[in-house]
Design a protein around this ligand. Structure first.
Ligand code: I3S
Length: 130
């Protein structure tokens, strides 16, 4: 069965969520306040309107248990941009939310991090213009 609708591709066709993958994440601001950078490997999942950060992959399947929720980032209004001046690492992009949270995401695998950058940016743009 075709993944596209009969009347042509819609936004939902091109903004399919991304399945989980380990990326390096550093939260550098919270509520507009700068934080000390601390890179951690995080299981990242993109849903239709949120980015979810799990400590590890198995948390994704047990997340219905109380106290086992992922960190959620609301992408509506968020800006997503490549950056080369916020880290010495290669392949880094930043996400800035309307609430003043700022994250860096990084992977040494360039095709993989491009896929995350492009899809998160598309999702944020779609939500912001809705
Ligand atoms: O942007 P910064 O503060 O230079 O980032 C580096 C520091 O967070 C450093 O930690 P300490 O300040 O605790 O030594 C980290 O170990 C580095 O990885 C950070 O730089 P990169 O360029 O890796 O994002």
């Amino acid at each position: 069965q075709s993944q596209h609708s009969i009347i042509g591709p819609s936004e939902s066709d091109v903004t399919v969520p991304l399945k989980g993958e380990y990326l390096n994440k550093a939260k550098i601001s919270e509520g507009g306040k700068k934080l000390r950078k601390n890179w951690t490997s995080t299981w990242v999942v993109l849903s239709n309107n949120k980015l979810l950060f799990y400590k590890e992959s198995k948390q994704e399947v047990t997340n219905l248990k109380p106290g086992n929720k992922p960190d959620e980032v609301d992408l509506c209004g968020a800006t997503v941009e490549w950056t080369s001046d916020k880290s010495s690492r290669k392949n880094v992009f930043q996400i800035m939310t309307t609430t003043g949270h700022e994250f860096l995401l990084q992977s040494d695998n360039y095709p993989s991090i491009c896929k995350w950058h492009d899809t998160i940016k598309m999702t944020a743009d779609r939500l912001s213009s809705a």
